[in-house]
Design a protein around this ligand. Sequence first.
Ligand code: ATR
Length: 291
Amino acid sequence: MQIQTKINGQTALFGIFGHPVKHSFSPILQNTLAALLGENAVYVPFPVPPEGLEAAVKGAFALGVQGLNITIPHKQAILPFLAGIDPLAERIGAVNTLCRRENGFWGYNTDVLGLKKCFSLHHRSLKGERVLLIGAGGAANAAAFLAAEEGADALWIANRTLAKAQALSQRVRQWYPLPVHPISLQDIPHLEGPLLVIQTTSVGMERDESPVLDPSFWQKVPFVVDIIYTPWQTRTLREARAQGAEGVNGFEMLIYQGIASAELWRNIQLSPHEAQALYNALALYYREGQA
Ligand code: ATR
């Protein structure tokens, strides 16, 4: 019999709350990262239904859990159960990361940090740029506040349901002076370039479709992030690249939000080399699983 010594009396516990949480990539990411750091730590999924959220937060604190990720559907609902919240996460109104402090868990939003990293890795900045955000759901929320926080010149929010684009625009305007324009998806091809684009809808996941109805629009776009990573290349990215745009899928944002969470929990910073090696290994693993 082989004696298992990996998990022992000193193992630090991390995890993710979601409902469902079965399909989360975070356990693989975080356990690989802990191994890279040579740490005695384990990261596990916790399926937490909405009615159990408050008890789960208190229970995790009582059990000494060191850090948590928070995913669908809890990113907003968890706010009342936190001891404190990072100012940008508070503006966004959603957290995906909890850090243990003396008096309870503090909330952060590393979706924003992951997206920011994605821009900087490609030597792009949102500062002074005209930005088009496609979608007005949870992911768009973080992207809109990042664009505003980074000093974008103007922001267009295009969504199938215009009322949701209007509501998000209004929330951004409450905090930031930049002009924010809610528009319909049909209006996208009429926008003037150049534009940096962040695509946050689920269009392109199930079927080979794009929310941008006229592919020649991409001639006005130097850089686009599509937060989808299944398929690896969406129709949006394919059409954008065909018109000369630089396109990045959502896997980078996924990995770098996880790295940002891990860094917050441990108060460390991975070197660019370590982060890149982790990204490469996980991207290879993920793509082999898809093939
Ligand atoms: P997430 O948290 O991943 O952003 P979400 O909050 O459910 O997910 O938001 C999904 C986004 O995809 C929304 O902008 C949604 O548009 P609506 O607000 O009109 O629902 C968009 N979306 C989903 N399916 C779509 C489709 N078939 N066509 C256009 N937009 C779609």
